[in-house]
Write a new protein. Structure first.
Length: 607
């Protein structure tokens, strides 16, 4: 019930109003609060918080929503819901995704008296999970007083945006309707999406140190990732890249954030799996300006291409390093703006980018070059997708999972040609269009996309650091919801996921259908966990899965007859015909491309 005092408002009314003021229109979770819709927010009730003992779709959905909207909110209950969410929240923390995690907890009296309540461990300690959350949140606040509630809520929301990482807000159930002062609601300036100014001294020392290294460098280059950069620093990044004459590379997470039409764009750098010329150009540099990049095993070909800190200027969301020297109290947008002004249009570096390495599959989709041990090209499965099956003796076994060197093969005129990874990923670029949002699941999709040229103004989403299998189904739902909530509702959300990963996250197809969302989902049927086979256990049963009849999923999840179509795709000609279909391409109806009972192929689900 709303407070009758015009100077106060119920605590949950305050919280929900603040969420709306920061630009959140939809809130994800399982336990619904009456205040959400009353304050003009959309409630997105997800299927559950826990499945197969580890997966949390509301958290994944909130992650996807934040990557498009810039910030999101997730509501769970203490213990069972909260712990389920930790997987997704930890992933958001690792990958710089701003999620506001709101946790409903027992009353203050229950805490004081150490009562044995449900969703607890039965020992009276009701703060144990809150302590856990501090490890995967940049700020955790406990709302236990009406006098401090408003300031703590504002601090948490603002910190979430500035740090671009999750925060946790704990609210005892007896405080939901407690009146708190509402004066702060009259000013939105405290929650604006602007970044704070830098510490003046740290800023000057950093910029001077960076410029000194840039002037001394004979061959400087730029490597761009997306961690903490896409929201709050993207405009400054674009301006910086337009004003420098250095070669520009995209890291794996930077696909889409770097416009491949830039005159100085060279290609995708992913360590030893980069195009040979791309790798040589990067690794011959004596200075690398890294922006929003994390050098994980998956983004460096199993650490085969880690750049040493002795030649790095590293610009992160809230800090920077120059050849290992740390600078705190600075923010990426301010640093990039200052460097753009100091560098200008330098003429000391003239780079001629070969046309064969600019745009097209050999640019953003840089074909990897690596030592080969005469592997045999065969098929692991009777499937529309053929892959390299023998396991050559590379020094690093993780290198099995990276794409092999390949050339774009044209099969368009051969109706009987199977759909292979070699053909599919380079060909995909001609179907993608400006503004697409592309998600790839951990596995063959997240590595195959390296051979695809992404269109301008596209957004690319993949977990190259956290790599939680099944993440993208929930993230796809959140992403599509964020598109609906935005001014640009025509953007397509497109997901590429393997059949094994889909089984980890399929329940959120139900939410997608219930919300009437229309992403396009390609299910790549490899008959199991293919990446895991290539790492270890090529023929082991623990990498097998139970085949599903995907054409039945829309009906199982409640899609009404006549609201969806099915498509079975086995050949390149069939897929190209599907790509030319206006109904499929424009996301007008729910569509599934299922296999028949005996032949498991690549399939497309458009929902």
């Amino acid at each position: 019930m709303m407070s009758k005092n015009p100077e106060t408002v119920d605590l949950c009314d305050y919280l929900c109003t603040r969420l709306k003021q920061i630009g959140i229109q939809s809130v994800h979770g399982v336990p619904a609060l009456d205040y959400v819709e009353k304050c003009g927010l959309n409630w997105i009730g997800n299927c559950n918080e826990l499945n197969a003992a580890k997966w949390n779709y509301p958290g994944y959905a909130a992650d996807g929503y934040a990557r498009i909207n810039g910030i999101s909110a997730l509501m769970t209950v203490m213990g069972v819901g909260e712990l389920s969410a930790f997987n997704a929240i930890a992933g958001a923390f690792a990958e710089f995704v701003p999620v506001i995690h709101i946790v409903g907890k027992p009353s203050r009296q229950a805490h004081k008296n150490r009562l044995c309540v449900h969703h607890s461990l039965g020992d009276g300690d009701l703060n144990v999970f809150e302590e856990m959350s501090r490890k995967v949140s940049c700020l955790t606040v406990n709302i236990d007083s009406p006098e401090t509630a408003a300031s703590l809520i504002d601090e948490a929301i603002r910190t979430c945006w500035i740090q671009s990482r999750p925060v946790s807000i704990y609210i005892p159930c007896d405080m939901y309707q407690i009146p708190i002062p509402c004066q702060r609601l009259r000013s939105q300036s405290a929650l604006g999406r602007d970044m704070p100014p830098d510490d003046v001294h740290a800023h000057e020392r950093l910029v001077d140190a960076a410029m000194r290294e840039i002037r001394l460098a004979a061959n400087p280059v730029i490597l761009v990732g997306s961690y903490g950069i896409h929201h709050g620093a993207k405009a400054e990044l674009d301006d910086f890249l337009s004003k420098v004459d250095f070669p520009v590379f995209a890291a794996s997470s930077g696909l889409g954030i770097v416009d491949s039409r830039l005159p100085r764009f060279v290609g995708l750098y992913v360590g030893s799996c980069s195009n040979l010329k791309t790798r040589e150009k990067m690794e011959s540099a004596d200075l690398v300006i890294c922006i929003g990049n994390i050098q994980s095993d998956l983004s460096t070909s199993g650490f085969n291409g880690v750049l040493q800190s002795a030649k790095l200027i590293e610009i992160e969301r809230t800090k920077a390093r120059v050849k290992g020297q740390a600078f705190e109290g600075i923010y990426a947008n301010n640093v990039l703006k200052a460097l753009a002004g100091r560098i200008g249009r330098s003429t000391k570096e003239s780079v001629c980018v070969d046309a064969s390495h600019h745009g097209g599959p050999s640019s953003v989709g840089a074909h990897p070059q690596r030592p080969m041990s005469s592997p045999k090209n065969t098929t692991l499965f009777k499937s529309g997708l053929q892959i390299l099956t023998s396991l050559p003796d590379y020094v690093n076994p993780l290198s099995y999972i990276w794409p092999k060197p390949t050339k774009h093969v044209e099969y368009a005129s051969e109706k009987s040609a199977p759909i292979t990874h070699d053909w599919f990923w380079p060909s995909l670029g001609k179907w993608l269009r400006t503004g697409d949002i592309i998600l790839t699941e951990t596995g063959t999709s997240s590595f195959g996309i390296w051979n695809t040229t992404l269109p301008p103004d596209s957004i690319f989403i993949a977990q190259y650091l956290w790599s939680s299998i099944g993440y993208t189904v929930g993230a796809c739902q959140g992403t599509a919801q964020a598109v609906r909530d935005s001014a640009n509702t025509e953007r397509r959300t497109i997901l590429f996921i393997g059949d094994g990963s889909l089984q980890c996250g399929c329940q959120e197809l139900s939410t997608i259908i219930r919300q009437g969302l229309t992403p396009i989902i390609f299910v790549i049927c490899n008959n199991g966990y293919t990446v895991e086979r290539l790492i270890h256990g090529e023929k082991q049963i623990y990498n097998d899965i139970q085949p599903w009849n995907h054409r039945l999923l829309p009906a199982v999840f409640g899609a009404a007859p006549g609201t969806y179509q099915t498509h079975r795709v086995e050949t390149t000609a069939e897929l190209e015909a599907l790509w030319r279909s206006a109904t499929f391409t424009d996301c007008s109806v729910l569509q599934v491309s299922p296999p028949d009972e005996d032949y498991w192929t690549m399939q497309a689900i458009e929902t």
